[in-house]
Design a protein around this ligand. Structure first.
Ligand code: GUN
Ligand code: FE
Length: 445
């Protein structure tokens, strides 16, 4: 029986597969990862070259991968995952989401958020960027749950001063109240635990926010050095509504540009229907995009021409967007992304661009997400990085129990993406601290 190490320092022996910051891959059939007392990786390479091989916890035939990074999720929405497929975004929000978020008070968050973080970790996600609900006390509860759980998290209280579900507050007070509450939350949480927890100012999207809300939230984010996150160009009806609400704007991106919302600490979810000019300006601003293909298929929102965006130099990571995305698993999101690219090719879309290979998806889900967050200490298994890693049992992905998992890296990545198994993630660590959620290796005997 193998016991997973709960705290650093330790060494793990396993198959290693990780993108490298220089563009290459660590692909080691029998490797060791050494983690020091501070949770940093001090060695990652062949077992034959490690001084810790004899004392390493032997996880073979499990694979160690960098922990997955989910750039976009909604904590209060998990209970309605999988409901309302094919509804248009604004109808789905009204019918399935706003009532759920309205009820996400502190008590509900205290009950649900710990389970949500365990579910993310069980799916292999070690960093999650999440929206809470409108309520500051339930946002506090979400942060407290993340702090106790150990997951790396970026969280923000949703801000809305129009199209809102907050009936209790006077309309004239909403802007000021929301800014003050968000400011206080950022002061309390941004940078907590040596940067493991961060704050994101979270104006929901242009349909829900006045120009002042967008502008003032961006200015507060800059003052705190915190993130600024919102939704962009997800759905045809939404885009139409934004252009109606902001008649002076040339396009959807322009609304956020004018608010001073774009920049290196900005994460824009979806961004499916962008013109060439929007793509160019978004890239020039240094902003980042959370690609949420599972959600985009579920709500019939559209298909991102990811190849074209990447050719333009866009910084892209992946997001589950639960609950518009039906699953928390970023492996499932990779598969939805790959399917989307195939459909673009098959339907002859001129802007389909170059298709991504399985290893490209794995890079997007790890180093891509880390780059989007400006967190260069995570995203790969490399010396000097923090040990945010997951142990995956590839035997779970085989069609027949006696089958051997693939040995070639590209095939192994393909298996994990196209045949993900709900129990294949056996362990997840952040900074070398074991997270609750995955079942551990004991369960496989
Ligand atoms: N746009 C504004 N709010 C939301 C949301 O909660 N989910 C998704 N998918 N899109 C949004
Ligand atoms: Fe979303």
């Amino acid at each position: 029986m193998t016991e997973l190490p709960a705290r650093p320092p330790f060494a793990l022996r396993a198959r290693l597969l990780s993108p490298l910051a220089d563009g290459g891959w660590l692909d080691e059939p029998d490797g060791v990862v050494e983690v020091d007392v501070g949770g940093r990786i001090t060695f990652a390479g062949p077992a034959s070259e490690s001084s810790s091989t004899a004392s390493a916890v032997d996880l073979r035939p499990l694979v160690l991968l960098p922990g997955l990074i989910d750039l976009h999720a909604h904590l209060p929405q998990l209970p309605n995952a999988g409901l309302g497929s094919g509804l248009d975004l604004l109808t789905w929000l009204d019918r399935y989401i706003f009532p759920l978020e309205r009820s996400y008070d502190r008590a509900v968050a205290e009950r649900q958020a710990p389970a949500a973080f365990r579910a993310f970790a069980a799916a292999g996600t070690t960093t999650v960027v999440a929206y809470a609900a409108l309520w500051p006390d339930s946002t506090d509860a979400a942060f407290e749950a993340a702090e106790a759980h150990g997951i790396r998290a970026v969280i923000g209280k949703v801000m809305m001063d129009r199209l809102t579900y907050d009936a209790a507050i006077r309309e004239t007070d909403i802007l000021e109240t929301s800014l003050r509450q968000s400011d206080e939350l950022a002061s309390r949480w941004h940078g907590r635990d040596d940067g493991r927890l961060s704050y994101a100012f979270t104006p929901r999207f242009a349909v829900s926010c006045s120009a002042e809300m967008l502008r003032e939230s961006a200015s507060l984010a800059a003052r705190h050095g915190a993130y600024w996150q919102t939704h962009l160009s997800e759905d045809a009806g939404e885009i139409e509504e934004v252009l109606r609400l902001f008649p002076g704007s040339t396009d959807y991106l322009d609304v956020y540009e004018r608010a001073g919302g774009l920049g290196a600490r900005t994460i824009l979810a979806h961004a499916i229907h962008l013109s060439d000019d929007e793509v160019r300006r978004l890239v020039a601003s240094g902003s980042h995009v959370a690609h949420c293909p599972a959600s985009n298929l579920f709500l019939s929102s559209g298909m991102m021409p990811l190849g074209r965006y990447r050719d333009a130099g866009m910084s892209v990571g992946l997001g589950s967007d639960v609950a518009a995305g039906p699953e928390v698993s970023i492996f499932s999101v990779m598969r939805a992304g790959a399917v989307t690219q195939r459909v673009l090719e098959l339907t002859g879309r001129a802007d389909a661009g170059r298709a991504l290979r399985p290893l490209d998806w794995l890079r997007l889900a790890t180093l891509g997400g880390a780059a989007a967050l400006g967190q260069e200490s995570i995203g790969s298994i490399e010396v000097g990085r923090e040990a945010d890693v997951i142990a995956v049992d590839p035997r779970f992905t085989t069609p027949l129990p006696e089958d051997d998992p693939p040995t070639v890296a590209e095939d192994l990545a393909s298996r994990l993406i196209f045949r993900p198994h709900p129990n294949m993630v056996r362990g997840a660590w952040v900074r070398g601290r074991l997270l609750a959620g995955p079942p551990g290796v004991d369960a496989i005997g």
